[in-house]
Structure formats: structure tokens, C-alpha cells
Design a protein around this ligand. Sequence first.
Ligand code: GLA
Length: 383
Amino acid sequence: MNLLSQLTRSFQQAFNARPSLICSPGRVNLIGEHTDYNEGFVLPAAIDKAIYLAVGPRSDNELHFVAHDLDKTYQGSLTDLKLTNSWADYLLGVVSEFQLAGHKLRGFNCVFGGTIPMGAGLSSSAALENGVGFALNELFGLGLDRLAMVKLSQRAENEFVGAKVGIMDMFASMMGKADHVIKLDCRSLDYTYAPLRMDGISLVLCDSRVKHSLVTSEYNTRRSECEAGVRFLQTFYPEIKSLRDVTMPMLDQHLRNTEPLIYRRCAYVVQENQRLLDGVEALEAGNIEAFGQLMYGSHEGLSHWYEVSCPELDILVEIARHHPGVLGARMMGGGFGGCTINLVREEALDDFTALITKQYKAQTGKDTYLHACKIQDGTNLIS
Ligand code: GLA
């Protein structure tokens, strides 16, 4: 039985009603990493690995949730939303933010499960938050547009769960469009879709199967380092609001010699924004080879200047770089583990899979999992 049928059956058994079904995808990001919270650009897309939710309204104020994959349940009330330090917080956070924003809710039932590998950096939490927000909007006829739901998902993560992440993950999962990447300006939230012409090329994720505990603390440290750079430059250029307004000559003149660590962090972000703009031009010109080179540049910056990679991710990128069928590779997401994203020629896929599996094991003692993925539409109602 497929996952959707299992979720439907489990919902019917638990709640004796037919559910609405929602699909909410994970995301990849082609280039533009650690730029979202610096008001820069990102180039993500929603993928064909998703969280599926079976949902239905209740006549009381209760919340009944079933995490199908974990075989766990949660029961509570709309009027008593407390942090549980578990998966339930992603649902409760969304409920809480909807209520704080003044939306009238009733209780609801939800059974969910998914195909997004956990801990691989593919934003399963953003997918779940979006799925819940989308469900509330449908079930209670709230009339919210997608952007409003994205913002509430981000608030759930920032305020309720307490992770100070940027907007990229929720945006990509909610706004994705099949076969397109989203060029998102994280300052204005203006966005355009650029077609990703991938004829003969596969998007392959290599999971390092590493999840360093560093990720949250280092993520927050990087945010503060970028903010420190902005504050420092504001003494010379009061008009600067974020690293989006900063240029390399400004950094070279004022930070390079006095604050070398802050300089490296800020220089990475400024250069990554430029790489993204160059990358979009390359994609528009159909020059996927040039795009691939920019991905390697992004990895170099993330590894040496921003220092959010780890030996395992560096090894995955190095193995890929030496394979003639790979056009580009880099670590993806917050870093310190998770996946690399690779553009691989289809005819080289089998050989690449065999090589990277073998060499990664030899160099790290670990297995890597490869996921070929397709770019899909964002969060939507299935039935
Ligand atoms: C995580 C965060 C995003 C973004 C990336 C790095 O995935 O959730 O907001 O900052 O890291 O690009």
C-alpha cells in the first residue's frame, strides 16, 4: 500500500471520517547559501520528496496528531499550546502563530508521514509547517495567500520552535513550480521563476549521513558575525542596512586587515550573491557548465571562508569534482552535515553512483545515500 493510502486508512481508523490530503515538498537550493538572512538572493526549488498530511476539522478545540513514520501521537488543545521539544512543535508552532495573527481556528485531526529523508538538510520541518498552515487555511476558509502562509511558517520556526532560520526553506516548499528554480530576493521578497533546462542532466543529492550538533550554534554565530560586519561598516557608511548593500571594495578597505574573520564571513556572502546573479545569467543562456563551475566556487567559499562545511561534505564534493560526468557540486543548506547537490550527466549516473559510494566509504568509513530528485510544484491540495 502506498503512503497516501496508509495515511488515509490510518486517519479513517482513528477519526472515522474522510480526510483532505495535502502534499508539502522538501527543497533544494542550487546556489545562494547563507544569503537569505543577509537580505541576499537564493535559488531554491521544491522537490519530489514531501510530507503528506491527512487532515480534517473537529467540532471541539482539540488537536489530535499522528506522526505515522514515528508511530507517535499527540493530543492537546488550541487553548494550551506549549513547547514539547518534539516533532509536535512544528504543528503547534503554526497553530500558535495563526492564532496570534488573529485567525479563528477550531480543533483538527492530522495524520502525516513523508518521503523526505530526515536530517538530510532537505527542510522536512519547513515542509511540515507549510503543510499544517495550508491545512488550516483550507479547513477553516481563512483566505490567506501563499506568501502569508510562508511568513507564518517562518514565525512558527523562529518564535515557537526557536530556530532563527531565514525564509528560504518555507518559501521554496510553498512557492515551488515544476521544472523551475525560484530566484528570490530575500530583501523585497520579489521573486521570478527561471526554467531549469536539465535535458540529459540529473539533480543528485549525496547524503553525508552526518548531522553535527554544531549546526544550530554555528548558524547563530554566523548570523552574529555578519551583523557585526554590518555594524562595523555602518560607522563608515551609515546608509548600509545589511550585507546586501556592501561591496568588496568596502570590505577590502575597512575590514580586511582589522577584522580578518569578520572579513572572510562578509566577503563570502557578498561574493555568493554575485555568484547567484552570474549563475542565473548562465542558466538563462543555457550554459549549465558555467553554472556548475559557480557551484564549485560556492562550495569553496562555504568551506574556507564561511566555514560551515565539514570533512565529509568536502570529500563528497572532491570525489564529484574529479568525475568527468559531474558538472557541478557543493554542500547545500545550513552545513556541518546533510547533503551535497550535484549536477550529473545522465549517462554517467551509474558510474558516478558506484564511484562515490565506494570512495566515500573508503575515505570516511560511512555509507552515502544518493537521491535523484525532480523539481515539483509547492505545497498543494491533492484531494
Ligand atoms: C538553513 C536555513 C535557511 C538558510 C540555509 C543556508 O537551511 O533554514 O534559512 O539560511 O540554512 O542557506
